[in-house]
Structures are given as C-alpha cells and as structure tokens.
Write a protein that binds this ligand. Structure first.
Ligand SMILES: *Cc1c(COP(=O)(O)O)cnc(C)c1O
Length: 348
C-alpha cells in the first residue's frame, strides 16, 4: 500500500482531528466477519440499540446517522412542521455550522437565535423569543435545542436542564439536545445519562460518537416513541440509512459495552483542565469560559495569537476571537505541556 507521509504531532484545533479508539476499531473488526442482513436488521444494530437502553435506563428508540449535522437536522425536523420555529443559542452549531440543514430538512422551520454570553440558553431567553410574537405572520415556536456540552465548553447542570424543560412545557415547546459532546458533558457533570436527559425533560438527544473516538457516527435517541414515528423513513429519504448498518452500529458496542465512551471523555476533560491549570494568571491572556468539558478558550491580542501560530500551533478563533483548544480521547499530555509552555512564554 502507498505510504502516506504524515506529521504525527498532535494539534488541538478540533477534537475530530483524532483517530479511532482501539475499542471501536476492535468492535468493527468483530463485525467484519461473513455476511449480515443489510439496512439495520442485524444483530450488531440490535445489540447497540439495547446498550443505549441500558445506558439511559429507558425504553428509548435509537437511530444511527453518519454525522451530527444530519442527526440534529432530522431530529429537529421530526419535532416541527415547516411553519414552526426552533429556539437556539446564537452560537449553536445548528445555527452557525450546519449550512442551513435544519431549515432544509424541516422544509423551512426557522431558527430563532437568542443572544448568549457563554453559549448557554436561559429560560428568560427562551420565554422572550417564544412570546415575542403571537400573530399568524411569524413562524410558531415549537422546539428548543440546547448543546451539551456547549460550543464554548460549558456544561448545563441537571437542575438547569430541568428548569429549561419546565419553561418549554409551559410554552408548548419540545426539548432537543445536541450532544455532539454528550459524553464530555456527562463526565464533567458527574451524573447519570438518564438524569441528564429524559429525567430532566429532554425528549430527543443526538449523541455524538465521532468526537469521542469513532470514525463516523451519531445516534439519535428518542425518549418519546410518538416523536420517533416514521423517523426511519426520514433517515432513508435524507440519505442517512446505511446499507451496511453493522459498521455504523457496532462502533457503539465497542464504546458502550467496554466503557470506552466514559474513559475517552474523562481523558479529554482531564487534558482541558490540565491546560487550564497550567496557564492560570497570565498577564496578556484570559481563559474565556469556565473549563467544564474538553475545551479551553484563550483570549489575547492578534499579535500574540500570531506568535502562537508561528510556533506551529493550529486553532480556530470563531468564538469571540479567542483561541480554541479541544482535547480528545488520545491527547498526549506531554504535548499539552508543550502548548502550555508556549502559551506562557508568549503571554505571561
Ligand atoms: C461537531 C459538532 C456537531 C456535528 O458536526 P458534523 O460535522 O456534522 O458531524 C454537532 N454539534 C456540535 C456542537 C458539534 O461540535
């Protein structure tokens, strides 16, 4: 086979720079024997779905999609008619990074964005948007989506989610959770998967596998069977039904059965806390948000960001102009130490 030359030094611009964790790789290899029925009617898909029901301690319905954009968009489309609207934070991935897919797959449901300081939606913000208009000329609010952990690396506590869902119930809104980093949030919060979702009033969860150590794949978890009606057709029509489904579902067996999903998230979160601790009290930079999951955001001037780039570091600055560092299941702590030394050199 052709040898592809590569630079093996880790970068922390995104947690999806990482590869596939060994438990997932092994589960895919295990599934790669012989033939199996296509389109999800196979024992791996059955087993993976059962594992979700164990993890969530609920009789939930589970679907598998190739990526988070599809999972979020199809989940929101299942909650809305085309004349409805969805309330989200102004920094929400569905608003800023999905190329209009939620609107596209819902045939036009409009996203209503709430300004937020730190990416977290509040009951007041939801209420303000949901009650801003009552007339026929405005798309009727029908759902709220929250990101757990947020795009700013923050985690909604269980009591905060319960308060949001109480507001949603009062206003007749469904509650969806974009859990692209659900595992990181869960380990950050130290509660159970059930407590963070259906027990707090979340009706649909998009559970991210990719950033936590899978090659591809997100699971859509419905805690209310009525909302899942015909969702299989929606997935198929959107090009999200894998014919060799066992390779989309078996990675979840590797994750959930071995506990890798928790270990991976815990490691990524530990790396973020490690960097945060190492760069406290800098004179020329501040950590922008409390570090509660696997992200660290560092605010400084453009000159110092450029110096960091010149030392070979890659990062994005799309949230508030700060440098974002994201850690993954395989992050090397020695490499995090190199980063923190360079940051201190430039910003102390
Ligand atoms: C990465 C991510 C997604 C999924 O993105 P895809 O590239 O479509 O897989 C969804 N929501 C959030 C908050 C993300 O960070």
């Amino acid at each position: 086979m052709t040898h592809i030359s590569r630079d093996n030094s880790q970068q922390f611009a995104s947690d999806n720079y990482s590869g596939i964790c060994p438990e997932v790789w092994a589960a895919m290899a295990e599934a790669n024997h012989g033939h199996a029925t296509a389109y999800g009617d196979d024992p791996w898909t059955q087993r993976a779905s059962d594992l979700f029901r164990e993890v969530f301690e609920a009789d939930c319905e589970v679907f598998f999609a190739f990526n988070g954009t599809a999972a979020n968009s199809l989940a929101l489309a299942s909650l809305c008619q085309s004349y409805h609207s969805v309330i989200c934070s102004n920094t929400a991935h569905v608003e800023t990074d999905e190329c209009g897919a939620p609107e596209f797959f819902s045939n036009g449901s409009k996203l209503l964005t709430a300004p937020t300081q730190d990416g977290k939606l509040t009951s007041d913000a939801i209420r303000a948007l949901a009650t801003s208009r009552k007339d026929i000329h405005f798309p009727k609010p029908r759902a709220v989506t929250i990101t757990q952990s947020t795009e700013t690396g923050r985690v909604y506590r269980v009591d905060e989610i319960a308060a949001l869902s109480e507001t949603c119930r009062e206003l007749g809104l469904h509650l969806h959770m974009d859990g692209a980093r659900f595992s990181n949030a869960l380990l950050g919060a130290g509660c159970t998967a059930a407590e963070m979702t259906w027990k707090a009033g979340v009706e649909v969860l998009c559970f991210g596998g990719t950033k936590n150590g899978m090659a591809i794949g997100e699971a859509i978890v419905f805690f209310d069977h009525a909302l899942a009606r015909d969702f299989d057709y929606r997935c198929k029509q959107a090009g999200q039904l894998a014919s060799k489904m066992r390779f989309l579902s078996s990675p979840w067996i590797g994750m959930l059965e071995t506990g890798a999903w928790r270990r991976n998230a815990e490691h990524a979160n530990t790396c973020a806390r490690h960097l945060c601790t190492a760069i406290q009290g800098l004179q020329h930079a501040q950590i922008m948000f409390p570090v509660e999951a696997n992200a660290v955001f560092l605010l400084t001037d453009e000159g110092r960001l450029q110096q960091l780039r010149e030392r070979g570091w890659r990062f994005y600055t799309f949230i508030g102009g700060g440098a974002r560092f994201m850690f993954a299941w395989d992050t090397d702590l020695a490499r995090v130490d190199q980063l923190s030394r360079d940051i201190r050199d430039i910003m102390a």
